[in-house]
Ligand binder design. Structure first.
Ligand SMILES: [Fe+2]
Length: 396
């Protein structure tokens, strides 16, 4: 296998990093930025200070502070038109995944002059995106180190994915001050999502020693800091949490996401299950499923989770499961689906709907069979019947 590792985004991280925003904006030749955010973040002191610092540095700043739960196609296209009209030369996104995805969508659409809906897929645009500075305010989505953006089309209710090597953010600024106002529940959800990104990167058939090194360190850092980051005001733990999320996403950006994200997708699309709940509840079961074909990785995972690898694989898998469950319990995150969240009578439908996966696989053009494979890059080939069995393990 010829592997490729690409990560052009500059990371500036640590307590106080946000104070570097004006010089990083200038270093990227941005003089007239559009600052993208949401109403909750726009009300925080650190946001106000960041805006004031940009203006003090002589930037002609415009703002869009109306992002909502998902990045929206109407916002992306309209703000891109505004950027062209006002001759804006860069995007500063301050917020969680939906804010960063909105900013990235605007940065792609503005110089390409077509709706984002016409540029979905990988690298389906020719002009480089506008320079982007990302300031994540949750430790989870990884959009700050990703070329891709996920945008919801409100009319068709579809989630559109687009991006390519020309849409990596120039800079990600990771400052733990941005996590201060994040509610514990949201912090737990994003931290678990980031943890699953690292674990998925590890158990990918496209993983390399380089992505493994990043994934394992991301798990170690995340597992070691998550409790203190969420349950106390520990700034050092929050800094670790933010960095772990970025590292996890650099890993999975290069080795791709596996079975947990693939099986969660139909639950999110058809049952409105929140993303973090879907992947978080699935991940211990997915590790158990993958471990027989990647036992060495399971052992390494146990170690970085602070669990003791067992005398055999079954014990190691049990130790990983116990460590994950203990972590989830401590931060108030669920370890199982309720029958209301995932109705048993819909398990077969969910397993079949998972077939196309995250990366554009197709449904068979005949009735689905139990032996049909789910399109996903995980280390273990997975049939529809196996996917159904994994779902069945997710209750209680
Ligand atoms: Fe995720």
């Amino acid at each position: 296998m010829i592997a490729n590792f690409y990560m052009p985004t500059r990371l500036v991280h640590g307590p106080g990093a946000l104070s570097r925003l004006p010089e990083l904006v200038r270093a990227n030749r941005i003089n007239r930025p559009l600052v993208v955010s949401d109403p909750a973040i726009a009300a925080t002191p650190f946001y106000g200070q960041a805006l004031a610092a940009l203006k003090e540095a002589g930037c002609d700043v415009a703002t869009f502070e109306e992002c909502w739960i998902d990045a929206r196609l109407s916002h992306v296209d309209a703000q891109a038109e505004r950027v062209r009209r006002e001759d804006r030369d860069g995007i500063v996104s301050i917020g969680g995944g939906s804010v960063m995805c909105t900013g990235k969508g605007i940065a792609i659409v503005a110089p390409n002059g077509r709706s984002f809906a016409d540029m979905t897929g990988v690298a389906n645009f020719s002009a480089p995106a506008l320079p982007m500075i990302m300031v994540p305010t949750t430790a989870g989505s990884g959009s700050e180190v990703s070329q891709f953006t996920l945008v919801k089309d409100e009319t068709s209710h579809r989630k559109l994915v687009g991006g390519g090597p020309l849409s990596f953010p120039q800079v990600a600024i990771l400052d733990p001050v941005t996590l201060e106002t994040l509610p514990a529940r949201a912090a737990a959800a994003s931290a678990v999502d980031a943890l699953t990104h690292a674990v998925e990167a590890l158990f990918s058939s496209l993983a390399t020693p380089l992505t493994d090194a990043l994934a394992l360190e991301a798990v170690r850092l995340q597992a070691g800091s998550m409790r203190r980051s969420i349950l106390s005001d520990d700034m050092a733990a929050r800094a670790d949490n933010l960095l772990a999320s970025a590292i996890a996403n650099i890993a999975c950006g290069n080795s791709r996401l596996g079975l947990a994200h693939t099986l969660s997708l139909p639950l999110e699309a058809r049952l409105d299950l929140p993303h973090a709940i879907g992947v978080g509840v699935l991940i211990p079961r997915i590790v158990a499923f993958n471990a027989p074909v990647a036992p060495a990785k399971a052992e390494k995972l146990a170690v970085v989770l602070g669990a003791r690898p067992g005398v055999d694989l079954a014990e190691t898998v049990a130790a990983i499961r116990a460590a994950l469950f203990a972590l989830f319990d401590d931060i108030g995150f669920p370890t199982a689906f309720s029958p209301e969240q995932l109705p048993r009578e819909r398990l077969a439908e969910m397993a079949e709907a998972a077939i196309p996966g995250l990366y554009g696989g197709a449904m068979p053009d005949r009735a689905v069979r139990d032996s049909d494979l789910i399109h996903q890059p995980g280390v273990r080939r997975t049939s529809v019947a196996q996917a159904r069995a994994i779902f069945e393990q997710c209750y209680g």
